[in-house]
Design a protein around this ligand. Structure first.
Ligand code: SF4
Length: 347
């Protein structure tokens, strides 16, 4: 039996933070001679990382692997303060493409720790975002992943705060919050929660289709926290078959009926389209739109400063007025998907 219809979740795919990070790294690739270094995968998506590798980006998991003086980008997941410091010490251009929503959590961690709080941080052990955030206040922070981890906490005294990795699913977060409140009572939590809009919106859109689908396809990499959270949401919504795939050629070949499709925040629309082409639904694709998402994050500050000084230097040399912020203004209207496509055609 063929695939009859595809229900396509909207929003899906690239979020504002991923858009910003991809465009920033592409800018570095254009401006600097290779190799450009990137600390950790720029975003957790194999396809995106491979495309940058092909144009000479070297990804490292240890900042000491970056040669002195080489340009380096720090990934969207946020880096530990000592990594940022070491990157700067190495003397090359450093652009930090940390998502502003992760920076917000770093700030909360730092502020609460400085006020004498112990901070329970709900996150995935070993995930880069969790490692970077915990490193902001290692003496104050306590990492928990499950309700059992909360039960096992020892020696927690004094005022308590609760923070979270931005890409958790609501279900992952809710159970732990309840258990922490049950066990410790009063605690400080940010007025605006830490779970990011992109994660929440993608999960809401998937919930709208998962119950109506015979199978759900989540496009994204296994190390992408928000992608994995989407698979959990689809299963929790009662969908009998849920698959995470990196690319269309990983799709099972016995899919039929109504298929729900979504993509994690670091998976491109190009991948989504190739999955739909592969499914070839006989009654077409229905876009299931849950909410508008028009968030935009401007390029990292270091990149804006760099562009301004390059523009000023050029205007000095050529006698023309400096085109301050012109590319930054245009940035809003350029999509990371287009940037990636162009990158692939770079000789
Ligand atoms: S998923 Fe959320 S926190 Fe992560 S990069 Fe995107 S907007 Fe930022």
């Amino acid at each position: 039996m063929p695939v009859e219809r595809v229900l396509l979740a909207q929003p899906r795919g690239f979020c504002a933070g991923v858009e910003m990070a991809i465009k920033a790294l592409a800018w570095m690739v254009r401006v600097f001679d290779p190799p450009v270094y990137c600390y950790h995968e720029i975003v957790h998506n194999q396809d995106v990382v491979d495309r940058f590798r092909r144009v000479g980006v070297i990804f490292v998991d240890d900042i000491e692997e970056v040669p002195e003086g080489a340009p380096v980008m720090l990934s969207a997941h946020g880096s530990a303060p000592e990594v940022v410091e070491e990157a700067r010490r190495r003397g090359g251009v450093v652009v930090n493409s940390v998502c502003p929503l992760v920076t917000k959590v770093h700030h909360e961690m730092k502020t609460r720790a400085s006020k004498g709080y112990r901070v329970i941080y709900v996150g995935h052990k070993g995930h880069e975002e969790a490692i970077g955030t915990m490193a902001v206040a290692p003496d104050a922070a306590l990492l928990v992943e499950t309700e059992e981890d909360v039960d096992a906490l020892q020696g927690v005294d004094g005022p308590l705060a609760l923070l979270a990795q931005t890409t958790l699913s609501h279900d992952e977060w809710a159970g732990v919050v309840d258990r922490v409140k049950e066990r410790f009572g009063e605690l400080w939590m940010p007025t605006r929660g830490d779970l990011c809009f992109a994660t929440t919106n993608r999960q809401a859109a998937l919930r709208a289709i998962a119950g109506k689908a015979d199978a759900v396809i989540v496009i994204g990499s296994a190390n992408s926290s928000n992608t994995v959270a989407l698979t959990k949401v689809a299963k929790a919504s009662g969908c009998p078959r849920v698959y995470r795939v990196n690319r269309a050629d990983e799709l099972p070949d016995d899919l039929s009926g109504v298929i729900g499709v979504t993509a994690g925040a670091s998976a491109s629309e190009e991948l989504v389209q190739s999955v739909i082409d592969h499914l070839a639904p006989i009654h077409g694709t229905e876009n299931v739109h849950v909410t508008e998402e028009d968030e935009y994050f401007p390029p990292p500050r270091q990149l804006r400063d760099l562009e301004r000084s390059m523009s000023a230097a050029l205007s000095f040399g050529l006698g023309a007025p400096a085109a301050a912020d012109s590319t930054v203004e245009e940035d809003r209207f350029i999509s990371a998907s287009d940037v990636l496509k162009k990158l692939s055609t770079t000789p």
